[in-house]
Design a protein around this ligand. Sequence first.
Ligand code: ADP
Ligand code: MG
Length: 238
Amino acid sequence: MSGVKLTNVKKSFGAHDVIKDVSLEVPKGEFGVFVGPSGCGKSTLLRMIAGLEESSGGTIEIGGRDVTHVEPAKRGVAMVFQSYALYPHLSVAENMGFSLRLARAPRHEREEKVREAARILQLTDHLDKKPSALSGGQRQRVAIGRAIVREPEVFLFDEPLSNLDAELRVQMRLELTRLHRQIGATMIYVTHDQVEAMTLADDIFVLKGGHVMQAGRPLHLYDDPDNRFVAGFIGSPA
Ligand code: ADP
Ligand code: MG
């Protein structure tokens, strides 16, 4: 069963063909990672899956449903941004429940979902604090919590750890793996960091210049790269 499926997806900005012809599939419940150098189109592709960017061609399916022309809020996806996107004047609980409030969910339902997300993310003791009173790792967990409360079919992460220091990045990687096991939703994670890709992914998609250069299990790409770019990028010895 397919979690996210792209078929001949294209995106141009004016005369600039950013996504050239991408077909790929992340099976339901798997952790897929888009990895590639800066400017290769990772964020654009993720934003197209989220519906934040209209595609110039091809189809996007989520859970077997064609969502190519469906508005973002109805795609069953939630995107996790870097932690600095939190509202500084709102508490942790208010930040996490914000989208549910916009959707006019009843208060008791909002509180229940925020409590559950806080439990999963070990933020229960911090719900009344402002983001400024939290550590970088805790703030990033709040950003993830905002996605969890929406109970999406698909989580989309765009380089969420790139602002954190090296030690914290390693810790958050482990937490993301744990979160994925616990929630079991399809996740797509974008990064330019090969180590992050290798450690997080069930399936890796190596992008370059708007094309998928190779897709597969991390070990497969490492042991058997299709071309020099993948070999060099994933770091397998020649
Ligand atoms: P990545 O996330 O892999 O670094 P992006 O998807 O952000 O790459 O960008 C890919 C290319 O598309 C870049 O050349 C970028 O300048 C261009 N691009 C992205 N968004 C826009 C936009 N809204 N308008 C014009 N060009 C864009
Ligand atoms: Mg990007």
